[in-house]
Write a new protein. Sequence first.
Length: 493
Amino acid sequence: MRDGPIKKVVIAGGGTAGWMTAAAMAKLMGKNLDITLVESDAIATIGVGEATIPTLVFFNRLLDIKEPEFLAATQGTYKLGIQFENWRDIGEDYMHAFGTTGKDCWACGFQHFWMKGRELGVSSGFGDYCLERRAAESLKFGHLPSNGLNYAFHIDASLYAGFLRKFSEKYGAKRLEGKIDKVVTDTETGFIESLTLTSGEVVEGDFFIDCTGMRALLIEQALHAGFESWSHWLPCDSAIAVQTNTVREPVPYTRSIARESGWQWRIPLQHRVGNGLVYCSRYLDDASARAMLLENVEGETLTEPLSIKFHAGRRRKQWFKNCLAVGLSSGFLEPLESTSIHLIQQNIVRFLRMFPAAGISQAEVDEFNRQADFDIERIRDFIILHYKVTDRADSAFWRHCRAMEIPETLKNKVDIFEKTGHVYREGNELFVDSWQQVMLGQGLEPQRYHPLVDTMTERELVDFLQHIKSNVDRTVAGLPEHNSYLASYIKPA
Ligand code: FAD
């Protein structure tokens, strides 16, 4: 326990995590807080992190950031899902689209109706019943009135940080340029008292937010909160990223293309494309990875390929003493499902909900860490699923993934789905409908469907499926083209 009100918050680091934290704190609590962000121009940000999930729409709304302004400032595009290519097997594709597929009933999910329809030869592809999937593949997008498209964005990471910096400063956050040299802690409590910059300047605070990226200067190097490795489940440990010019209209989805020892991303922005290869260094050396990436990009490269090393896992305590880890300092999951920015946002919003204005309560710190652990563990399981459930056996990497042990929590989900076709949502788990899409997409076939489906006649089932599909088709037909919509939305006539 540490008594004392929290009035001065110091944010260490100004990447996506630092500026998202500063923006939210300044806008929502800035009237009562003194907020200082320290960052060093001499230490580059990670420079990637450009695909998001729909929760960012909520973050923008919370901060009252207008979407046209946001998209213009970040050269953003809309994203309706992720196209997974070659993941189940070479030449097989599916999309994990945001939003729901078909229509559930009180007893079971839509997949049960779809499975029986498939047995009878009357179902089309699972994704044909999902509005977001059909809109994405038709290159359409628009804001629909109620229950519209569930969407996210592709954004330029450095433009986003710059945009949030201006926003934060407008609401009173102060930026301090300087390199943190030392983290000073209280000898009795171990709480952080101040940061000393290489200039000698001392930055004192009541609470510190560690956004220093993988260095984790405060939470780990100073406080030794500990790190739990998940590399036995997520063996990729390297990435190489490069930007290319745009040679075709940006599509409203991210592409994830499985390769021999990892996978490649393509993130289309208005002004350029973000590309990268995530790989496992045990199976692919850095020079070969670089060559593989450069062979598989379209257009001309705009940047030198950037090499990044990482380690999958999480900080044992994301909130420890008077320090909260946000962003890469809190742990790392590879960007397969674009979840890191979401986890940043989760920690920020959770912290603001629990904001310890009157002093830190250990019970609340424990609750924070319990919730944060739950969030990252469920996402971890979802990512592992893509590697584990596959027919690929064409390389040592994929054979390793097929054979590896997986967490019990994931094993349970896979077993239940395989035997019954059900997916049970735990608590506030982020992904819901996504599990069915990815399990079926990766080739996991349930052994049976729910008996309730048999209470429908074949005619009723055909009508039910047809009705959903026609609604999807009709809605998609009425949507504008993604690119023309984007252009008119950002710059209204
Ligand atoms: P960083 O960007 O590393 O920022 C660290 C900051 O700390 C910098 O401002 C630096 O100057 C400062 N700093 C460090 N040390 C000091 C010091 N001593 N003194 C002063 N300042 C210091 N996430 C997604 O949501 N979607 C994606 O598509 C996605 N793709 C990714 C692809 C790859 C290959 C990787 C590795 C990550 C990806 N991520 C993605 C994750 C995403 O990039 C990060 O979550 C996000 O950028 C936040 O990074 P950060 O702000 O924590 O750290």
